[in-house]
Every structure is written in structure tokens, then in C-alpha cells.
Design a binder for this molecule. Structure first.
Ligand code: SAM
Length: 229
């Protein structure tokens, strides 16, 4: 069951590539009105400023990099970025938006990924919530292995908040990790989506070896700044 959904999850992001940014920039189905949108952008600004606390580094690994919303921020922090994603469509958008020789792109399924390099910073946004629980420990262990001693990890993800998603998505905190997602044309996919509580995430990162500081914004985001000591 999960394998099939993980494949659908890849297909969903491939098909959604051209409309993905509408979610982040609150356009179309994701436009929740001026006040709510402003709340979102204010919270994005809080998370960005926390990310900049990482300071200047040389090598960054960005997992599930998507269309470059965060890759463009990482370019201000690191000298070199390795960006991995399983959708060639999002990587093409990322590449054409940033047009930077400092970013190297790799088309790869993260559930088949075996780390072989250590980085100063490993970053992933809105990815952890798509990792099924039975694969979480092994995924986080790989993240730990890909951070050098003294290096950092930064994670951003969604909190459970109905206005975070499209108007025609029903967001239920019902314990079901499989959720339905629609494209603008109504095509529907099943994906994995898990909303973590800060304590729970903090504990999981501690278990794999990170010293982590997990925070939330008022409504939309959970974020972690961790270190490998
Ligand atoms: N990090 C980006 C951002 O915040 O804008 C994109 C986040 S998006 C919610 C999830 C990303 O995970 C998509 O770009 C999708 O293509 C990618 N993805 C889905 N399944 C994957 C897999 N098995 N391996 C690698 N990337 C995957």
C-alpha cells in the first residue's frame, strides 16, 4: 500500500510542478484573503530569519528541493548546493529560476538514497511530513550520516492548519496518514501527510543523535535547527 502511495506522491509533485508555487505565494485556490495571507507571509518571514541564523557555510545538501523556493534562500547561505528531488519537472523549474552554477541538481528517489558525502548543512522543507512513519527513523539516520561533525540540519514543515492548503482540500487531523490532494484541473492523488508536534519531532532527532531546537510559528510552521556534535 505505502509503496504505491509513495509512487503516487512522486507523480503528484511531477504533475503539480507548474502550479506548485501558487501554494507558497497564496495564489488561486490557495488565496485565503488578505488578512490570512498576510499572517502566512509574516510566519514565513519568521522561519526565514531563523534559517539565516545558520550563518555562512560551504556545502549544503537540500533534500526534496522542489521548484527552488528555499534553494534561492540557501544560495545566500552556502557556497555550493546539492539539490535532490524525484521530480524532473520541479528540478527543471528550479534550475531555470535560479540559473546558478553553484547548484547541482540530482534526480533521485529519497527512499532509495544512500548518503556518501558529508555536508555543513542539510536542509529540507515540507518533506518530512511526506515520509511514512515506518521509514522515518532510517530516513533521519541517513540525514544524520550526511551532516559532518559540527554541521547543522534545518527542517521546515507544516503545522495542522486548514487554511494552509487549497480551498478544495479537506484537512482533517484524523490520524489517517494518507491524504487526498487535487491539482487545479481536479485530478486527484493520494499522498502521505503527517503533522508533527514539536516534542515528538525533537525526540526523534535526539534519538538519531542531533542536538535540536524545535519551534513553531503561531499557525502554519514547525521548524528545527539542529547540530551534530
Ligand atoms: N522543498 C520544496 C519546497 O519547500 O518548496 C518542495 C516541497 S514539496 C511539498 C515536496 C517535494 O518532494 C516535491 O518537490 C516532490 O517532487 C518531492 N518528492 C516527492 N517524493 C519524493 C521522493 N520519493 N524522493 C525525492 N523527492 C520526492
Amino acid at each position: 500500500m505505502t509503496d504505491e502511495i509513495l509512487q503516487q506522491q512522486i507523480e503528484y509533485y511531477r504533475a503539480r510542478a507548474n502550479e506548485y508555487d501558487q501554494w507558497f505565494y497564496r495564489i488561486g485556490r490557495y488565496d485565503r484573503g488578505e488578512e490570512t495571507n498576510q499572517r502566512w507571509f509574516n510566519e514565513v518571514a519568521i522561519v526565514k530569519s531563523a534559517l539565516y541564523q545558520v550563518g555562512a557555510v560551504d556545502d549544503i545538501l537540500e533534500l526534496a528541493s522542489g521548484t527552488g523556493i528555499w534553494t534561492q534562500e540557501l544560495l545566500n547561505i552556502g557556497k555550493k548546493i546539492t539539490a535532490i528531488d524525484a521530480s524532473e519537472e520541479v528540478l527543471a523549474i528550479n534550475r531555470s529560476k535560479l540559473a546558478s552554477p553553484s547548484v547541482k541538481y540530482y534526480l533521485f528517489d529519497l527512499f532509495k538514497w544512500q548518503p556518501d558525502t558529508e555536508y555543513d548543512l542539510v536542509f529540507f522543507a515540507f518533506w518530512l511530513s511526506h515520509v511514512p512513519p515506518q521509514l522515518l527513523d532510517s530516513f533521519l539516520t541517513k540525514v544524520y550520516q550526511s551532516v559532518r561533525v559540527g554541521g547543522q540540519v534545518f527542517i521546515i514543515d507544516s503545522r495542522f492548519e486548514p487554511t494552509s492548503t487549497a480551498k478544495n482540500h479537506i484537512l482533517e487531523d484524523d490520524g489517517n496518514i494518507y491524504k487526498s490532494r487535487k491539482l487545479n484541473n481536479g485530478q486527484e492523488f493520494q499522498i502521505v501527510k503527517i503533522f508533527y508536534q514539536p516534542d515528538e519531532l525533537q525526540e526523534k532527532l535526539k534519538k538519531v543523535g542531533f542536538q535540536a531546537d524545535t519551534k513553531v510559528t503561531d499557525n502554519y510552521f514547525i521548524y528545527v535547527h539542529g547540530k551534530k556534535i
